[in-house]
Design a protein around this ligand. Structure first.
Ligand SMILES: Cc1cc2nc3c(=O)[nH]c(=O)nc-3n(C[C@H](O)[C@H](O)[C@H](O)COP(=O)(O)O)c2cc1C
Length: 210
């Protein structure tokens, strides 16, 4: 399905059909979309956690005010951003960049210094916020790829982040949860699928200046 047709087809799923699963190929396709969407400077300052355990999903559902997608979706991705971005992470990124394009690390020193300069000019809170924005872009990639494949999805940020972090042991890993992408197939009983899309008229959303 063309991407715009897919975006018109999709909707925010509230009830998934928990009997329907996704194949490994489908999950891998969605993961590739998440991996290949760009991030600022290419840093990908987040991790994407896949939660299979029924027990953990139950706990997450409770921490998400009982939202049923957490236990009914075929697959759950939790996007978690790094709470900091230190020189070690910059070094690892420079190493990966150098190896990928066969550039000597010395030639990347200017870029490394520039990145370290930007990061050191920010407070830890600003870094975490910046990183979380990148995670949302990755969530958008998941939603778009799922729509294109006619895989149903629910984006979610209505959850207690501190509780999620605790359940998933994220603090110890320097991560904090940002948003969720639940994917699978809609339940025929989900009433939301019958609603018309609510979107602004194009001339309200877009404005030509100059
Ligand atoms: C970042 C983000 C977070 C969202 N969080 C929730 C949520 O926690 N629970 C929920 O039921 N819907 C959630 N939604 C769904 C939106 O309410 C929904 O996408 C919006 O109303 C547009 O409807 P549509 O997706 O059906 O076109 C979220 C959507 C986005 C993009």
């Amino acid at each position: 399905m063309k991407i715009v047709d897919g975006l018109k087809w999709r909707y925010a799923v509230k009830r998934f059909d928990s009997t329907r699963k996704l194949t490994k190929d489908q999950i891998d396709y969605l993961k590739e979309a998440i991996n290949f969407i760009p991030s600022s400077y290419g840093l990908q300052p987040y991790k994407v956690l896949e939660i299979e355990s029924v027990e953990i999903r139950e706990k997450l559902r409770e921490a998400a005010y009982g939202q049923p997608q957490l236990t009914e979706a075929a697959h759950i991705f939790v996007f978690a951003n790094f709470t900091d971005y230190n020189t070690d992470k910059v070094d690892a990124f420079i190493k990966l960049t150098s190896e990928t394009n066969n550039i000597s690390e010395e030639n990347s020193n200017g870029y490394r210094d520039m990145l370290n300069g930007i990061i050191s000019s920010m407070t830890p809170e600003q870094i975490s916020t910046w990183n979380s924005k990148q995670a949302y872009i990755a969530l958008g990639a998941l939603l778009s790829a799922a729509a294109e494949q006619q895989i149903d999805a629910a984006a979610m940020e209505g959850f207690d982040k501190a509780k999620f972090d605790e359940i998933l042991g994220l603090k110890e890993k320097g991560l904090t949860s940002v948003c969720i992408g639940a994917v699978g197939y809609r339940s025929p009983e989900d009433q939301n699928q019958f609603l018309k899309k609510v979107r602004k008229p194009m001339d309200q959303l877009f404005e030509k200046i100059g």
